[in-house]
Design a binder for this molecule. Sequence first.
Ligand code: FE2
Ligand code: FE2
Length: 147
Amino acid sequence: MLIEWTDSLLVGHQRIDSDHKALVIMINRLHEAILSETGRATISEIIHFLAEQTYRHFMFEEWLMITNEFPGAQEHLTLHRSLVDELDALLYSMEMAPDDALLEAVTFFESWFVTHVVCEDLQLGRYLSERERERERAAAVSAPPPS
Ligand SMILES: [Fe+2]
Ligand SMILES: [Fe+2]
């Protein structure tokens, strides 16, 4: 297992955490497929699936950041853009030189996941949890007193 899921990876937002868990499962599956020398077509399928899930996940986080006025949105979006550029380049090199690109693919997914989630998504998760608590406090204050 390349990445072990532990609670230290939780960012505190249900959908972000479930996306992250699904990504970890697929990154580990990719790693195992490469170690066990599974056919290239299957490995390529996993990589393309992971890429698709990564793009969708980034779009969802970006929507959350914008709709919740996350102060670190610009920096976070820039980091997503540079990961997307790297991922696009990786998919391109898979077409050109698939053998060299396989290990590069595992390394890419592992390192973006571990560094980005722990450093950046955690801050977003904390901010969103705080916003949620504020909304709950505001709703409690404006609620009519129990009769
Ligand atoms: Fe994320
Ligand atoms: Fe992110």
